[in-house]
Design a protein around this ligand. Structure first.
Ligand SMILES: Nc1ncnc2c1ncn2[C@@H]1O[C@H](COP(=O)(O)OP(=O)(O)OP(=O)(O)O)[C@@H](O)[C@H]1O
Length: 333
């Protein structure tokens, strides 16, 4: 449904050139929900703007719903909805009237625009806001109105640029329910960008990680974590000699990716920790090594990013907090 092939975009700034997108290629199947994740300045918004015909690529091709974006931009625009980072509705226009006006801009007859406006209000669960003006709404309500506007012409593909940024955790969870509902009940293909690692982890079917204008990973959260990070086991021993002995034992186990001894503790990165931890404890017992504490940790998407780039997502820009760490009502620039 969405195909990005060798996308590249440079910007001239003064005498220099910024390579915002160097090489981005991926596909999104019909009905799939894909999250584009990456640090600030990675090239996510630029990619989205190229996919939605708002910006011509320096090189590469875009196909949406079978149409070539360079040759048939009008048909692509009819097939897609785009919800940018800024609010799309006028401050003082009543929501339903705004929806009807924008529906008319897409060529809907008045009767159809009215019917569709009521439909999208219903889909987004905001029928009670029909007569309100955007200026009087909460952040979460406004984002729903923006998405309703993006859906007014009944697109089969929806692009959302950081739809949950600036929302409190409760509104964010509610909006995600709506986004999941759009995909599940209405079969809409959705591509969104997000800052929130845990949000991408829990909600997206597939994640494309972008860094410095390039795709560096593409897969389900579970597959990325299993392939690129591995699970961890941590065990503590009574003394450093025991820890070193325990590290040697771990080094002989199948599936081990990394072993470090730190004081009395041993950290082991390994595939399939569920099976590995009991096996490791049995081996340590067999080697007469005492264990005073043992635990395991599944990797996060941040671990995936560290393994790919050597940097933490949190350190690469601002605003890479996890959803739960953000105070209620916080906003982002
Ligand atoms: N119109 C422009 N002119 C010059 N440079 C630009 C322009 N648009 C984007 N850039 C630069 O291209 C790079 C990629 O920007 P982009 O907005 O695509 O990143 P992003 O991943 O969406 O970041 P964020 O998460 O902060 O929105 C950045 O260095 C940005 O400053």
């Amino acid at each position: 449904m969405i195909r990005a092939e060798g996308l590249r975009r440079t910007f001239k700034v003064g005498k220099g050139t910024i390579e915002a997108v160097r090489e981005v290629s991926f596909d999104v199947a019909a009905g799939e929900l894909l999250a584009l994740l990456g640090p600030n300045g990675a090239g996510k918004s630029t990619t989205l703007r190229m996919l939605t015909t708002l910006l011509p690529p320096t090189a590469g091709r875009v196909h949406i719903a079978g149409f070539d974006a360079a040759r048939e931009p009008g048909r692509v625009r009819k097939a897609i909805g785009y919800v940018g980072q800024k609010n799309a509705s006028g401050e003082n226009h009543r929501i339903r009237e705004e929806l009807i006006t924008q529906g008319r801009c897409y060529g809907l007859r008045l009767r159809d625009a009215r019917r569709r406006a009521d439909e999208v209000l219903e889909i987004l669960g905001i029928s009670d806001l029909a007569a309100r003006v955007p200026g009087s709404l909460s952040g979460g309500q406004r984002r729903r109105v923006d998405i309703a506007l993006g859906l007014i012409h009944n697109p089969s593909v929806l692009f959302l640029d950081e739809p949950t940024t600036g929302l409190d955790p409760h509104s964010r969870a509610g909006l995600w329910d709506q986004i999941q509902h759009l995909r599940r009940e209405h079969g809409i293909t959705i591509l969104l960008t997000t800052h929130y690692l845990d949000e991408a982890d829990q909600m997206a079917e597939r994640i494309v990680i972008v860094d410095q204008g390039r795709v560096i990973a593409n897969g389900t959260a579970a597959a990325l974590k299993a392939d690129l990070a591995g699970d961890w086991m941590h065990i503590t021993t009574p003394d450093t000699d025991s820890a070193h002995a325990a590290a040697r034992v771990a080094g002989q186990m199948a599936g081990v990716l990394e072993v470090t001894a730190e004081g009395q503790t041993v950290h082991v990165r390994i595939a399939d920790v569920d099976a590995a931890l009991p096996a490791y404890l049995r081996l340590l017992h067999h080697n007469a090594i005492t264990v005073t504490h043992a635990c395991m940790r599944r990797p996060s998407l941040d671990d995936v990013f560290i393994n790919l780039t050597g940097r933490r997502l949190e350190d690469t820009g601002h605003a890479y907090e996890t959803a739960s760490a953000e105070p209620i009502g916080a906003t982002h620039a």
